[in-house]
Design a protein around this ligand. Sequence first.
Ligand code: NAP
Length: 238
Amino acid sequence: MTKLGIIGSGAIGAGIARLAVAARHEVVIANSRGPESLAGLVEELGESAGAGEVADAASFGEMVVLAVPLSAYGALPVDALHAKTVLSTGNYYPSRDERIEELDSHALTTAEYEQALLPGTVIVKAFNNILAHHIPALARPAGATDRSGLAVAGDDAGAKQAVGTLVSTLGFDPVDAGSLAESWRFEPESGAYTPVYVADLDVFAENYLADAGAPLPADRLRELLAASHRPDVASRTF
Ligand SMILES: NC(=O)c1ccc[n+]([C@@H]2O[C@H](COP(=O)([O-])OP(=O)(O)OC[C@H]3O[C@@H](n4cnc5c(N)ncnc54)[C@H](OP(=O)(O)O)[C@@H]3O)[C@@H](O)[C@H]2O)c1
């Protein structure tokens, strides 16, 4: 059982929270509107979950999941997150986050940029390359023949191992995707981004939410990560 703080209660944060309570972790979840707005979700999650302010979720977690837009990272409470392992699910969408020179120039990966915004934390990247509705659709118990792999990148071996253990309890086989500098391998538009979990590319193209998702074995994910290409972030239009 891990005490998990989750910051962000949207598609990704709520989805991870549901899998976390099912795996018997304790959760405190927060969003930008405050704990009252989370009453319905907390009731659904049950007695091992509570809502708090962002700093409460950060303080509570032995590990803290960030499921907020990249533009919100700079305002997160670094003191409450100090020395903690922080599982970052974020991606860079210039249309939402404004243009960020360090990312457009490839000086930093998104994960390295997040690490620079949150000094004193230990960033580990995961769950950023799978669509929110595919997370519950593809989660499976350990040992299931149709369990999917999930990329995990980080610079601290112990933190990466801890996130890998969490990922496994949530329903995926963790796949070591290298360092934060190598995490471009599963950033948007790379060769190991969300389409790798798609069941039907035609359905996906018409209405991505209608796609049911298809299991991606860990060994296949390793191949995709190895063969991935670095996206041209500066030309990103979304
Ligand atoms: N959706 C996907 O399929 C998907 C897939 C992979 C990665 N991602 C990435 O995962 C992250 C979360 O995506 P999402 O789809 O879950 O987003 P979302 O549904 O829009 O939810 C965002 C959450 O962040 C909260 N938030 C925003 N600013 C905040 C702040 N300053 N302090 C605290 N909470 C704040 C929002 O609070 P309120 O609820 O109060 O507005 C909301 O709960 C993003 O970086 C996204 O790019 C998303």
